[in-house]
Design a protein around this ligand. Structure first.
Ligand code: CA
Length: 224
């Protein structure tokens, strides 16, 4: 190769590199601008608790853990807005899948919640709320989900048969349902709680209500 050709080749390579870098930058930048979510797939919520109209066009699934402080605050900050803006209006239905990132206590809380869902579906969401309410504001790593504490919480619900709930927890009667949730967590690759998925789109920042609204509104528009 002559010296000239060599210089020319170097020039071509350099230009190509610059163009490639610019293209990548444009793609990354425009993605950042537009998306507040990443598409995974529609979650199958068969057998899961559902709040709202069963045929609501938009489905929000929370992957949450009773032991997780961020899940508790999501439930206090974002969830009530979803209820009043969309769930009560019948445009969104809400579901919850148990995540067991905090081990034994997460599992025990989930077994109890699944038991209430199976035996007393009408009080499931209130019981679910009561469990999160019982999560201590500080030192949440300390043990607070026990057989006794759950029975104490359940005693606030006359509908719940305490003896049966106790048996369900001791015998891990709803472990199949809990395992099913855990399988979903692994299948979707959930690594943080809460993970919020709207019609198959994982929300990047679950505390960004405007971002959540953008995805819901887009999904509602796509349905029409
Ligand atoms: Ca479940």
């Amino acid at each position: 190769m002559s010296k000239n050709k060599n210089v020319n080749m170097k020039f071509v390579v350099a230009i190509t590199l610059v163009v490639a870098v610019i293209l990548v930058a444009v793609v990354v930048f425009s993605n950042k601008q537009e998306s507040t979510s990443t598409e995974v797939k529609q979650i199958d919520i068969t057998g899961q608790p559902i709040l709202g109209k069963k045929d609501a066009p938009v489905t929000i699934v929370e992957f949450g853990d009773f032991k997780c402080p961020a899940c508790k605050s999501w439930g206090e900050v974002i969830y009530p807005k979803l209820v009043s803006d969309y769930i009560e209006a019948g445009t969104v239905k809400f579901s919850f899948v148990n995540v067991l990132f905090h081990g034994k206590e997460s599992t025990l809380g989930s077994i109890a919640a699944e038991s209430v869902l199976e035996r007393n579906p009408n009080v499931y969401w209130d019981f679910h709320q009561a469990l999160f309410d019982a999560q201590p504001a500080e030192n949440h790593h300390a043990q607070w989900i026990t057989l006794e504490s759950i029975l104490e919480i359940a005693s606030g619900f006359p509908e719940i048969d305490q003896t049966r709930l106790k048996e369900d927890m001791e015998q891990q009667a709803t472990m199949d349902r809990v395992k099913h949730d855990d399988d979903l967590v692994k299948e979707i690759g959930v690594s943080l709680t809460p993970t919020i998925i709207i019609n198959g789109n994982i929300i990047e920042d679950p505390f960004d209500y405007e971002g959540i609204k953008t995805v819901i509104e887009k999904e509602l528009k796509d349905q029409n």
